[in-house]
Write a protein that binds this ligand. Structure first.
Ligand code: ADP
Ligand code: ASP
Ligand code: MG
Length: 405
């Protein structure tokens, strides 16, 4: 008998009918003899609705109260799903994050899971119950409710699978697996049968929101076999596992993109030791995360410095940078909040030269200007104007033959 953790995302539990469908699916699995722990998200749109309500009353709601509010979304779904299962004669028990005791740190809205107490879940399973746990939430050591950041139910599911040593963690969503790129942007995108943790980690970090980054980190660190599948159509989905020597290594396995980037540049800063920390220190102090960084070669004692941030942080970053620029006697500050980042990813890239060149050539042929480049062993990212995003992703998808297996 296997122990399976299944997670159903917002769209999959978006209506009463869909919750009934999920209940049917669960019953089928249970009849096959598996022990099941189910993690659910809030009904689709609910978390956004709650965020909007909070913002109507307060420009900067306190993290603690925001978490009390946001956690209600998932609490509704666990209760409804258990009711649907019980209606069919199935024993099911619902648990909020605090009831399980998913212990997190106290970083509200972005908490990290520290420890999971599996006692209640194990005894409910031993009594033949389907266990239904609210995703995206936990509590800190003082009992305050916390949430794990948007998309956090994926992380709840993988963390539970790791804690329970489950045989597999299955993420049911509105696509039937992980694709070579977002199928909403490139209809020719192809589903991948298998992808490594490393590749999936890069894809998630570089913008593919099909899995939350933290969930992939957890899966890799605890070697949890992770599968992404559709709630609506049958199929094997995509298995995410460790790299194994027999695995066919595609040179490029996918293209990810991030629409929400912004770029800031300070021109003519004095080129002396410590300049990077003088510029980025005040940005970090404001809790603004910096992604790509470029410093030009100095010329006649000054240099230019460019970095990217999330678009939501653009205005605050610009203010901070203008202040720094003044104190450093820099020539000018410029910015652009209409940029996007496009990345090609693949473990096979390690052993293949010329990938970067194919990428740059493809973009040049489409007359798309690259304003920043960054590389790692298994990815190359470029920053381009947001109006070229779709064109860039599609032309790269074709150039790397990703629609073909
Ligand atoms: P859920 O509500 O089930 O958590 P999400 O909306 O968070 O679902 O994630 C699923 C979505 O991720 C898909 O509808 C798809 O548009 C998007 N997506 C982005 N990149 C990819 C990719 N490479 N493969 C599959 N889906 C992707
Ligand atoms: N409901 C949360 C969100 O919308 C968590 C999740 O769905 O994973 O971000
Ligand atoms: Mg999600």
């Amino acid at each position: 008998m296997a122990l399976i953790v299944q997670k159903y995302g917002g769209t999959s539990v978006g209506t009463v009918e869909r919750i009934q469908q999920v209940a049917k699916k669960i019953i089928k699995h249970q009849q096959a003899g598996d022990d099941l722990v189910i993690v659910v998200s809030a009904m689709s749109g609910e978390t956004n609705r709650l965020v909007a309500l909070a913002n109507e009353l307060n420009d900067r709601p306190r993290g603690r109260e925001l978490d009390v509010l946001l956690s209600t979304g998932e609490q509704v779904t666990i209760a409804l799903l258990c009711m649907a299962l019980q209606q069919q004669g199935i024993n099911a028990s619902s648990f909020t994050g605090s009831q399980v005791r998913i212990l997190t740190d106290n970083t509200h809205n972005k908490a990290r899971i520290m420890e999971i107490d599996d006692n209640k879940i194990r005894s409910a399973l031993a009594n033949g119950h389907v266990v239904v746990v609210a995703g995206f939430q936990g509590c800190d050591k003082d009992g305050n409710i916390t949430t794990l950041g948007r998309g956090g139910s994926d992380t709840t599911a993988v963390a539970l699978a790791a804690a329970l040593k489950a045989d597999e963690c299955q993420i049911y969503t509105d696509v039937d697996g992980v694709y070579t790129t977002d199928p909403r942007v490139v209809p020719e995108a192809r589903r991948l049968n298998q992808v490594t943790y490393e590749e999936m980690l890069e894809m998630a970090s570089l913008g593919a929101k099909v899995l939350q980054i933290r969930s992939v980190e957890f899966a890799r660190n605890y070697n949890v076999p992770l599968r992404v599948l559709s709630s609506f159509i049958e199929g094997g989905g995509t298995l995410i596992t460790a790299e194994d020597p027999t695995m066919e290594k595609a040179v490029i396995s996918g293209i990810a993109f991030n629409r929400d980037e912004a770029k800031l540049t300070v021109l003519g800063v004095p080129d002396h030791p410590g300049i990077a920390t003088q510029i980025l220190g005040p940005i970090a102090k404001e809790n603004i995360e910096v992604d790509m960084i470029i410093q030009n070669t100095g010329y006649e004692g000054t240099t230019d410095f460019t970095f990217t941030v999330h678009r939501n942080d653009y205005d605050s970053a610009l203010k901070v940078l203008q202040k720094t620029a003044e104190s450093l006697n820099a020539r000018e500050v410029t910015g652009d909040n209409k940029i996007t980042k496009v990345s090609v990813i693949g473990v096979g890239m390690r052993s293949h030269a010329g990938i970067a060149n194919t990428m740059f050539e493809t973009l040049a042929n489409e007359n798309i200007n690259i304003s920043m480049i960054s590389t790692s062993e298994i990815k190359i990212s470029v920053v381009v104007d947001e109006k070229y995003l779709e064109l860039a992703v599609r032309s790269l998808h074709t150039a790397f033959n990703l629609e073909k297996a």
